[in-house]
Design a protein around this ligand. Structure first.
Ligand code: ADP
Ligand code: ADP
Length: 230
């Protein structure tokens, strides 16, 4: 089943044509890496998937919802489609544990005890059990990003979007974050769409590699084909 399907999608910022004739289908459970030069539209592409950017024409179906329709409730999409940002976007005045528990409590009305148990399991999974009661500013960038990933996972999304999750990190922090992402890709059947410059991650983890330039998708290959001959 397709989790995400773009058909002839166009996106403009004013006169600027940011996404040109995008056709892309991502099936449930796939891990797709999006690469390409800075300014080529990668971030815009994945931000359209959970409605952070609107499209001007074409069709975009996400988890069965039509994103081109004004009637589609974006909150319904965001419940199942999470996003991990370059700059973590944690709530600064809440502890790491509270950051993880907040959305399931408010959006899903998850039972408090179950919510805490799931949050603690996720903290363990991302290696942050000892940081549970700290505030985001007390953590390193890499720890904050792992907390942000745990927060997204707490919603049990069907699809998780990553917008350059390691680009804001010091080099020594990148490996831990990529390892968490690799574990998720291997252990879960969640769909992952990852904008990244980390070619090692693309080679090891992605089913597919999408290459963008100048607002267009120039290549869309299985990673075996994409990395053939390297
Ligand atoms: P990438 O993620 O590949 O670096 P982006 O999707 O961030 O590229 O940006 C693609 C192009 O769209 C860039 O030229 C950028 O300046 C432009 N752009 C992105 N967001 C906006 C916006 N809100 N208004 C105008 N132009 C934008
Ligand atoms: P990041 O690298 O974290 O994606 P960017 O600098 O690409 O940050 O974009 C940050 C914000 O500015 C985004 O919301 C994007 O839509 C907006 N933006 C990017 N390029 C432009 C632009 N040329 N004009 C207006 N807004 C832009």
């Amino acid at each position: 089943m397709a989790m995400v399907e773009f058909k002839d999608v166009q996106k403009y910022f004013g006169d600027f044509h940011a996404l040109k004739d995008i056709n892309l289908k991502v099936d449930s459970g796939e891990t797709v890496v999006v690469i390409g030069p800075s300014g080529s539209g990668k971030s815009t592409l994945i931000r359209t998937i959970n409605g952070l950017e609107s499209i001007q024409s074409g069709q975009l179906i996400v988890n069965g919802y039509d994103l081109a329709s004004k009637k589609t409730n974006l909150n319904l999409i965001r419940k199942d489609v999470g996003m991990v940002f370059q700059h973590f976007n944690l709530y600064a005045n809440k502890t790491i544990l509270e950051n993880i528990m907040l959305a399931p409590r408010i959006v899903l009305h998850r039972d408090e005890k179950e919510n805490k148990q799931i949050a603690n399991e996720l903290l363990e999974k991302v290696g942050l059990t000892s940081q549970a009661n700290k505030f985001p500013a007390q953590l390193s960038g890499g720890q904050q990003q792992r907390a942000a990933i745990a927060r997204s996972l707490a919603m049990k999304p069907k699809c998780l979007l990553f917008d350059e999750p390691t680009s804001a990190l010091d080099p020594e922090m990148i490996g831990d974050v990529l390892n968490v992402m690799k574990d998720i890709a291997r252990d879960s059947d969640m769909t992952m769409i990852v904008v990244t410059h980390e070619m090692g991650f693309a080679r090891e983890v992605a089913n597919r590699v999408v290459f963008m330039a100048d607002g267009q998708i120039l290549e869309d290959d299985s990673s075996d084909v994409f990395f053939k001959g390297e």
